[in-house]
Design a protein around this ligand. Structure first.
Ligand SMILES: Nc1ncnc2c1ncn2[C@@H]1O[C@H](COP(=O)(O)OP(=O)(O)O)[C@@H](O)[C@H]1O
Ligand SMILES: [Mg+2]
Length: 297
């Protein structure tokens, strides 16, 4: 079985989604691996980086998004079942082995989930806290369970912030990877995340480990950036910092407009080259070597 990796930072705009779509593409295209992206963000940036809005609207109309799968776990008797295999979009951007579980603009928030769970708990005279934790521990695992063996790597693209769905994603992951900007506020987001993960680990609900921190470079070396990197390095350990940094590159932003990752639209750009190198480094950091599992065709 492969690995589930969370791409996460409590802060938004640090390059999580861009990293996820490009690394996933490179894993499938350059390394012959079977890769699934799961878009957990209601801003559906990963989904819309890989398909035009019209295509998403079509899927949404047919309930072929993550929302349907979450519904099926939370309210199993309320609707007709669509298996995850019929929701996953395959060979994204015509790359063999690159699949996407489309996100949704209206996923449950904690408030709504609490209301549903409270009603169920009350009806069955159960303990609300216990049921809440059980749901948190099982939601993402249950959604992915039928396809776990079909992928070498499953990358979860996180929204900023913390909610039941994100905690459930962390609990289901073997590793997390933290994209960060070498700016003081980005480090705050890292600290908050570490706090959340520590809590989950203390209650023995996960044994997720930090795969590493990926910095975007600001193009010019500033004293501030160097300071921040030093601080992060001493806090997390030098070995936790990826040696590949992601440069700011206009080709990266332009690619979004073509609904394709930059590693496909402009493979020779500085951004694409960095993502290709980062993918190699990521593979080296995994405890077991993943070798090509996909047969062409
Ligand atoms: N290396 C890069 N060069 C140029 N623009 C980038 C780069 N990485 C991300 N961006 C742009 O920055 C914005 C935020 O990136 P994104 O990946 O969506 O961050 P997050 O998922 O953390 O919110 C997006 O508009 C994206 O296109
Ligand atoms: Mg994002």
């Amino acid at each position: 079985m492969g690995y589930v990796i969370s791409i996460v930072n409590m802060k938004g705009g640090v390059g999580k989604t861009t990293l996820t779509v490009n690394v996933a593409t490179s894993l499938a295209k350059d390394h012959g691996l079977r890769v699934l992206i799961v878009d957990l963000d209601t801003q559906i940036n990963a989904t819309l980086s890989l398909m035009p809005p019209l295509q998403f609207a079509h899927l949404k109309k047919e309930n072929r998004t993550l929302k349907q799968l979450i519904n099926q776990v939370i309210q199993p008797n309320a609707q007709s079942i669509i298996p995850i295999e019929n929701i996953i979009q395959r060979n994204i951007c015509k790359v063999n082995g690159f699949d996407l579980l489309p996100g949704d603009i209206e996923l449950y928030n904690d408030f709504l989930l609490a209301a549903i769970l409270y009603a169920q708990t009350h009806q069955n005279q159960q303990d609300f806290d216990k049921n809440w934790n059980t749901l948190e521990d099982s939601l993402v695992r249950t959604v992915l369970q039928p396809v776990m063996k079909s992928y070498d790597l499953i990358l979860l693209d996180f929204p900023p912030g913390d909610n039941l769905l994100t905690r459930s994603g962390l609990v289901a992951s073997s590793f997390y990877l933290m994209p960060a900007k070498p700016e003081p506020l980005s480090v705050v987001g890292m600290g908050i995340l570490e706090g959340h993960i520590k809590k989950l680990k203390q209650s023995d609900r996960t044994n997720i480990n930090l795969l590493g921190i990926v910095f975007s470079s600001l193009g010019h070396a500033t004293t501030m950036a160097a300071k921040v990197k030093n601080r992060v390095s001493s806090e997390f350990g030098e070995d936790k910092i990826f040696s590949t940094e992601i440069p700011t590159n206009v080709a990266v932003a332009k690619a979004v407009d073509e609904f394709q990752p930059v590693v496909l639209t402009e493979p020779n750009s500085s951004g694409a080259k960095a993502f290709t190198d980062l993918t190699k480094e990521l593979l080296q950091r995994l405890p077991t070597r993943l070798s090509k599992t996909r047969s062409e065709g």
